[in-house]
Design a binder for this molecule. Structure first.
Ligand SMILES: Nc1ncnc2c1ncn2[C@@H]1O[C@H](COP(=O)(O)OP(=O)(O)O)[C@@H](O)[C@H]1O
Ligand SMILES: [Mg+2]
Length: 149
């Protein structure tokens, strides 16, 4: 199933993500696609709030993975920009995180496409102009949160 949303500001992206987060109540992999500045980190900030995490989400560019704990599910926020191969993916512990009952939010998921699970939720950003984004959310039919979004 696939739904398309238009966001005209950071706040709208944040709100959409927060609503999505509030509808998630089982382990979920969320894979972002979209270039620099498209809103992936902004989206993750809202997502974390929707999952009742009351800290701040930050770009994991230097750490590769940020952990947000204390909400309804742990959130692991990845930046795969510099991940080039399977060995690197293993060494950052990706598969261990995947085994956990958690939400994984993955920036630059294009780089690890083959390692994403079958029931991954894709969030695809395309910039319309400086402040406007088309956000397409795509997932399998079994995930019913998209129907409510
Ligand atoms: N509709 C929008 N949705 C999300 N961010 C937006 C939007 N319009 C403008 N922005 C700005 O674009 C930037 C997005 O940054 P960020 O979320 O870090 O992107 P990414 O993680 O994809 O590189 C922020 O500075 C934000 O304020
Ligand atoms: Mg980012």
């Amino acid at each position: 199933m696939k739904k398309e949303f238009i966001s005209n500001s950071y706040k709208e992206t944040y709100s959409l993500a927060m609503r999505l987060g509030s509808l998630i109540n089982e382990p979920t992999v969320i894979a972002f696609k979209g270039g620099l500045g498209s809103g992936k980190t902004s989206f993750t900030t809202g997502l974390a709030v929707g999952l009742d995490y009351f800290g701040e989400a930050n770009s994991p560019t230097f750490a590769i993975v940020n952990e947000y704990l204390g909400g309804r599910l742990p959130i692991y926020h990845f930046d795969m920009y510099r991940i080039a191969d399977e060995d690197e993916l293993c060494s950052i512990g990706y598969y261990d995180y995947l085994d956990e009952a958690a939400v994984l939010a993955i920036e630059w998921s294009e780089n690890i496409e083959a390692a994403l699970p079958k029931d991954t939720v894709f969030v695809i950003f395309s910039n319309q102009n400086e402040n406007s984004r088309t956000i397409t959310i795509e997932c399998s039919e079994e995930k019913d949160f998209l129907k409510e979004l």
